[in-house]
Design a protein around this ligand. Structure first.
Ligand SMILES: Cc1ncc(COP(=O)(O)O)c(C=O)c1O
Length: 425
């Protein structure tokens, strides 16, 4: 099959609808197919991802762009005029120089990429913004998703902002904060009695039946996934256009991890950063660690598990990108590990106590795994390290509810305060 050129927009789409993206390519067999609402290879049913023919792109051109992911529009499957459409304009979150935490962990240099600063407080706003663009350009009218919570928040908010309908499907046992933080946008929220993997299966069935629906992480998944590359671009730009030595990333489906690697690779190929080795590490909760288990067993395929962890945002038992996560960590010399729920809570509190950042359970997983990798000698304490805090602790309050609270409750009198204060200092 011949490669399409940038101006070859899918039938019914305007020229340039997908920017410098030129085709879809199968991640399993490498067969190319045209751009469109496709996600599975016609040759082998493997997952598709977006391919590009990039023109020369300069740092100055990017730096002139908006302070959102749209500054990287030439590197995404979005039109050049993307910033003129109504979106939540996510991205350009803080890269925090985490000196207290670095000292606590015994690391020379640690940065926290704090994606809780996005409009709905998780990295999912990035992927949804790119999926929304694809849906719009393809003429799809309903934005939908199966979700472990954060994605539902991001889809509901993005659809509200764009003025289109949304339908979000979540497991019924989700944290109350995540359910409310979707429902408030007046989305059609449907709670499903089952695990995320049951919800995902139902979503695939609906996507096959309903015309005009963009299930962001199902039928427009190739475009959606590209949004996570912007984490890599931002980290590099915020470090002064260079790559870190090692990065620790939370893993559910594994999409974020594989796309951060894709982003770093593209920056090197485009000459936007100097070529250097970097190691990619993955973090899972022990109660849902199918990829970490496959890694330890030396397998290339991932056997599904039934999740049982407080890290509900990472509770995907049958991860779509599992084998590709294994490829990335083995190729870069990284590792994927897991920590139990008690360690997750300890590390939510550690991040809050040392850096003033309240991460959700996924952040507790990622920091817990970071500490474990250091103790086990897998992370180099002298190498420059980034870890991703992908969501906000205000959405998973139950995780810490029985561990933190007032030191004491007293009547509103100075003597009562004085008694307490003297007894504690
Ligand atoms: C806060 C948070 N971090 C990380 C992830 C993992 O993302 P991925 O499915 O791309 O591995 C999720 C997934 O829902 C999430 O909600």
């Amino acid at each position: 099959m011949t490669t399409a050129v940038a101006s070859d927009a899918p039938a019914g789409c305007r020229p340039g609808a997908f920017g410098n993206a030129t085709h879809l390519i199968c991640r399993a067999c490498g067969a190319k197919s045209p751009l469109g609402p496709f996600y599975a290879c016609l040759e082998c049913f493997g997952p598709l991802e977006v391919g590009y023919e990039y023109p020369e792109i300069t740092r100055e051109q990017i730096e002139r762009g908006p302070k959102s992911i749209w500054r990287y529009a030439p590197l995404l499957p979005v039109p050049a005029d993307i910033a003129s459409f109504r979106s939540t304009d996510p991205g350009f979150t803080r890269l925090v120089d985490a000196r207290n935490l670095a000292d606590d962990l015994g690391l020379r240099q640690l940065w926290v990429k704090d994606d809780s600063g996005n409009p709905t407080h998780s990295f999912k706003d990035r992927v949804v913004a790119v999926a929304l663009s694809a849906a719009r350009e393809l003429g799809l009218q309903v934005l939908a998703c199966p979700s472990t919570g954060n994605l539902a928040n991001a889809v509901a908010a993005a659809a509200a902002r764009a003025g289109i309908r949304s339908v979000v499907l979540v497991p019924s046992n989700l944290e109350q904060q995540k359910i409310l933080a979707s429902a408030v946008y007046d989305t059609t929220l449907i709670a499903i009695e089952g695990t995320y993997d049951d919800v995902n299966k139902l979503a695939s069935e609906i996507a096959g039946e309903e015309d005009g629906w963009a299930f962001v992480n199902v039928n427009v998944r190739p475009y959606y996934a590209e949004g996570s590359k912007t984490l890599a671009y931002e980290i590099a730009e915020q470090l002064g256009w260079r790559l870190p030595d090692q990065v620790v990333i939370p893993v559910a489906s594994g999409s974020q991890l594989t796309k951060i690697d894709k982003g770093f690779t593209e920056l090197i190929k485009l000459g936007l950063v100097e070529e250097k080795p970097y190691k990619v590490f993955g973090a899972q909760a022990t109660g849902c660690s199918p990829i970490a288990q496959a890694y330890r067993a030396g397998h290339d395929v991932v056997a599904p598990v039934k999740p049982d962890t407080i890290a509900k945002s990472l509770a995907i038992g049958n991860p779509a990108d599992g084998p590709y996560v294994l490829d990335v960590i083995r190729r870069t010399g990284g590792k994927i590990a897991d920590v139990d729920d008690a360690t997750v809570v300890t590390n939510i509190r550690r991040l809050a106590r040392t850096e003033g950042i309240f991460g959700e359970t996924a952040g507790g997983v990622t920091l817990g795994v970071t500490a474990k990798l250091i103790n086990d000698g897998d992370l180099d304490p002298n190498a420059e390290t980034v870890f991703i805090n992908s969501g906000d602790g205000l959405k998973t309050l139950d995780a810490v509810a029985d561990q933190v609270g007032p030191k004491i409750t007293i009547p509103p009198r100075y003597d009562a305060f004085e008694d307490f204060w003297k007894g504690n200092n």
